[in-house]
Design a protein around this ligand. Structure first.
Ligand SMILES: Nc1ncnc2[nH]cnc12
Ligand SMILES: [Zn+2]
Length: 324
């Protein structure tokens, strides 16, 4: 049982955290037919491509600052109720632009929801702006320029998500240079849909502190050693990996092997209701399906806080809260 453990996560796409019930309410507010994307209160997709299509359709149900505030407050409140003290949400101003809301209002809406959740429950959270890889390097550079210029106190990092099998990491190095110069924390999706080479490319061309997923590094022993030696933190999402068939089951998932090899690993939910999971369930999976003890799980939570993109006083406060 992990219900009593304090929790923290570094990797959750905020639109991907929409409970189907909330998506249905938003759809009825805007008169949208959801029969192609929600059936029996579950999202409908079968592979990464149709997952992204479903994700984008759900994102399009959030159209105002208030909608985004509601989404962030709903998700973070649920997390806090499960004992979570910190969450980094991956946000995509491109979704705000696509819906006609605009990037600033998108960020402000999410920030209002984050503040409301903190006031209500005490949960700390930060936003990582993400570029969307399949929109191409020029789009990601524009998003990076926006992130560098926006300087919202709750925006503390930058990520690259989307279809990992499109473009090479090197094509995005300029975007990452822009956000590195602006002082944002860096992480990048790699080693999820593509193999170990994509993790090595990410290390060489982006020099991130963390890697989103990174689990397919397990295909290359030298790379696993490099991750451990360099202290690069992996944001591991076992439920997502099994749902997307990156690994067939939890028994063959490499989290335990990475942990034993000294890689700095953390537990994360990714897009929880899409993958029939939650952060609390990821903790349960680590305990029941992967054999981690309470203290090993606590170690992963501490790693998450040590790697969080927060100022040092906030980190100290969170580390202290871990053991209350
Ligand atoms: N698991 C995932 N991988 C890449 N991009 C994503 N966007 C939302 N979820 C994602
Ligand atoms: Zn992700």
């Amino acid at each position: 049982m992990t219900a009593h453990l304090k929790k923290a996560e570094l990797h959750c796409h905020i639109e991907g955290a929409t409970p189907p019930e909330l998506a249905l309410r938003q759809a009825s507010k805007y008169g949208v037919d959801t029969s192609a994307i929600i059936r029996d209160r579950a999202y409908v997709w079968e592979d990464f491509t149709s997952f992204v299509r479903c994700y984008d359709a759900v994102a399009s149900l959030f159209r105002t600052e208030g909608d985004y505030a509601l989404l962030a407050e709903t998700y973070l409140t649920e997390l806090a109720e499960a004992g979570t003290i910190y969450s980094e949400i991956i946000v995509s101003p491109d979704h705000g632009e696509t819906i006609g809301l605009g990037a600033d209002a998108y960020i402000e809406g999410l920030a209002a929801g984050m503040e409301a959740a903190r006031a209500k429950t005490g949960i700390e959270s930060r936003m990582l702006i993400t570029g969307i890889r399949h929109l191409g390097p020029d789009s990601v550079i524009r998003t990076a320029e926006y992130a560098a210029m926006r300087r919202h106190p709750l925006v503390t990092g930058f990520n690259l998500a989307g279809e990992e099998r499109m473009h090479s990491v090197a094509e995005f190095s300029r975007a990452f240079d822009i956000v590195r110069d602006a002082g944002l924390g860096l992480t990048i999706h790699a080693g999820e849909l593509s193999g170990a080479f994509s993790v090595r490319d990410a290390l060489d061309h982006v020099r991130p502190a963390r890697i989103s997923h990174g689990v397919r590094a397990i295909e290359d022993d030298d790379l696993v050693k490099r991750l451990a030696d360099e202290g690069v933190v992996l944001e591991v999402c076992p439920g997502s990996n099994v749902a997307l068939q990156v690994f067939p089951d939890f028994a063959s998932h490499p989290l335990r092997r990475l942990y034993e090899a000294g890689v700095h690993v953390t537990l994360n939910s990714d897009d929880p209701p899409f993958f029939h999971t939650s952060l609390a369930q990821e903790y349960e999976i680590a305990f029941h399906a992967m054999g981690f003890s309470d203290s090993e799980i606590d170690r992963m939570t501490k790693t998450a806080i040590e790697a969080a993109f927060v100022d040092e006083p906030t980190r100290e406060k969170l580390l202290a809260a871990l053991h209350i």
